[in-house]
Ligand binder design. Structure first.
Ligand code: MRU
Length: 362
């Protein structure tokens, strides 16, 4: 997608120098700052501290992080160490484990001397596939958007939660890919951007929609219900961090409430995700690990002060107990349809196996 009109990906790999550059998303939307990642530990930190975030980008960064981790030594011990370190950075997004398992399957059988070059090549393949799959999601979602009845005039009002856009992937995004496809196709699309407390990923969504020129309005998370109730939302589309084999969806905390409100208002609730987010080994949402993050993410509010300097304000005293689950599970029954790179399907075992018959177990 574009930054200041220039096509840009969220991750720049430099295989000849054996390093990558990432956007430090903790500094957006106030500053666009690229960070150079040259060690395994820096890659793990970037994922854990959410300099990179969003399930597909976490997976791609982990793949490159593993390649970086093999730059100097590619023994069995080092391979296992790198996989273990990266694998504990974030628990919910299955793309992380999917990418590491794929890398390990390619690298483990090779002699140590061949592993580093193979790791850089496989990480590049993962990144390229992410771009292609997200582009395909965009076209499938566009087909759905074209059929949506518009409740409020000619404008097509789409609501989203968190950031499942370009910034959360290598390119295009998942939930926002159909939005970009719709905008580029000339549909009069407008996006309600849910702020997404406490990390405010909605501000990332607003930033990247603005970069592409897509009309949008930021709302507090609590405003979603009244907008749905008053006919101002034609569909909700979100991404996912893990989709269980029965179609239950783990995504950013607050997604479940939007699913409930959609059901009460007969509004389509779509979930867009690539193959790397589908966990066929996971029976249902109850088996998905939910990340509990540091309470200071909730106690502190980040922004610019009156002089434009990045600042953090305490909205709660440090001793105040807070709970900070980072994700929730939306049951499959609340999901109108899943959108993957292979097409659109019901959120169910049968629906998923219809698109991925090779995953059927004997
Ligand atoms: O904690 P985050 O910001 O990594 O969570 C991101 C989300 O929940 C996204 O909706 C999800 O990863 C899909 S990204 C295409």
């Amino acid at each position: 997608m574009n930054i200041d009109g220039i096509p840009t990906r969220t991750l720049r790999a430099h295989p000849e120098q054996r390093l990558i550059d990432i956007i430090d998303q903790t500094r957006l939307p106030h500053a666009l700052h690229w960070v150079r990642v040259v060690t395994l530990e820096q890659a793990a930190h970037a994922i854990r501290a959410m300099q990179v975030r969003g399930a597909p980008l976490i997976g791609a960064t982990a793949a490159y992080g593993l390649a970086i981790g093999l730059n100097d030594e590619a023994s069995d011990t080092q391979l296992a160490h790198a996989v273990a370190l990266l694998g504990t950075t974030r628990p919910t997004a299955v793309n992380l484990h999917w990418a590491l398992a794929r890398m390990q399957a390619v690298l483990a059988p090779l002699p140590a001397g061949e592993r580093c070059a193979a790791a850089w090549a496989e990480a590049a393949a993962i990144a390229e596939e992410d771009v292609a799959q997200n582009a395909a999601i965009g076209q499938h979602g566009l087909g759905l958007f074209r059929q949506l009845p518009r409740q409020h005039g000619t404008r097509l009002n789409i609501m989203t939660h968190c950031n499942a856009g370009w910034l959360a992937t290598v390119d295009w995004g998942t939930a926002l890919s159909p939005v970009y496809a719709a905008y580029d196709a000339g549909l009069p699309v407008h996006v309600w951007v849910s702020e997404t407390r406490p990390r405010n990923q909605g501000l990332l969504t607003a930033w990247e929609l603005a970069q592409h020129g897509v009309p949008h309005t930021v709302i507090s998370d609590n405003a979603a219900g009244i907008l749905m109730r008053t006919g101002q939302v034609d569909a909700v589309i979100v991404g996912a961090d893990r989709i269980a084999s029965n179609g239950d969806v783990a995504n950013k905390v607050g997604t479940y409430l939007k699913g409930l409100a959609c059901a009460d208002n007969a509004i389509p609730f779509y979930v867009a995700a690539p193959r790397s987010t589908l966990d066929f080994a996971c029976p249902d949402g109850a088996a998905i690990p939910i990340e509990e993050r540091d309470g200071d993410e909730f106690r502190l509010v980040h922004g610019l002060d009156s002089r434009g300097v990045p600042s953090a304000l305490h909205q709660l005293p440090a001793h105040e107990a807070v709970a900070n689950p980072a994700f929730d599970v939306t049951p499959a029954r609340l999901v109108t349809a899943l959108i993957t790179e292979r097409g659109v399907c019901p959120a169910s075992t049968a629906g998923l196996l219809g698109l991925y018959p090779e995953e059927a177990r004997a």
